[in-house]
Write a protein that binds this ligand. Structure first.
Ligand SMILES: [Zn+2]
Length: 207
């Protein structure tokens, strides 16, 4: 696995993301498509700040391990479902942060967050204006990955899943055509969520 440059690139990005405090308590999982029907994904329960190349596994899109010795992330099925739903997705990044956990819970029954008016929206592929409405779907959390994956597939055609989605009370998934674009989308969305959270806190203080 060592010789695959995509895995090496992902390892460096995972360490950088974890060093921002976005993977507390071994949370989060990360993958990159290494061939059309295979991805490399982080193993379960790894401290991402010190992740090694041997902490990645290659799996097919049925979740079967084809390379590596560790146990793949519990959320592998969500990654492989995304790669199956959109052949242009090249990397999938998932983090648990204070903002994405609190906000995804706060919206209650709402199944979508809408961003509008933020310059940072232009970090997202195809968005050229701060006035454009950007949608971030919210899926209900479940420990049953088959159920979560089925919900994602059902919502896929009826909602705009362009860059990522939230799992309620759990975290943020973001993706891109390659690792760099996925990282830009992850950082952009996380910044937008921070903005929304702070805006709500300020308006609550004013009342
Ligand atoms: Zn998670």
């Amino acid at each position: 696995m060592e010789e695959n440059p995509k895995i090496k690139e992902l390892q460096q990005i995972v360490i950088a993301i974890a060093n921002r405090g976005w993977c507390p308590a071994t949370g989060g999982n990360f993958s990159v498509r290494v061939e059309s029907d295979f991805c490399a994904i982080t193993a379960s329960g790894i401290d991402k700040t010190t992740i090694q190349i041997t902490d990645f596994l290659v799996v097919d899109f049925q979740g079967k391990v084809v390379s590596g010795t560790k146990k793949p992330s519990a959320e592998t099925l969500l990654h492989t479902t995304l790669y199956t739903l959109d052949s242009d997705i090249g990397a999938v990044l998932h983090i648990h942060t204070l903002s994405n956990t609190v906000l995804s819970s706060h919206f209650g029954e709402q199944d979508l967050v809408t961003f509008q008016g933020y310059e940072m929206q232009k970090a997202l592929q195809g968005i050229t204006h701060h006035d454009t409405e950007v949608y971030l779907p919210i899926l209900d959390n479940s420990q049953n990955m088959n159920l979560l994956s089925e919900n994602l597939t059902t919502r896929w055609d009826e909602t705009e899943f362009n860059y990522g989605f939230l799992v309620r009370g759990h975290g943020l998934y973001a993706w891109g055509k390659d690792i760099k674009e996925a990282k830009r989308h992850l950082e952009g969305i996380e910044f937008l969520l921070d903005c929304e959270l702070h805006r709500m806190l300020l308006s609550a203080k004013k009342q």
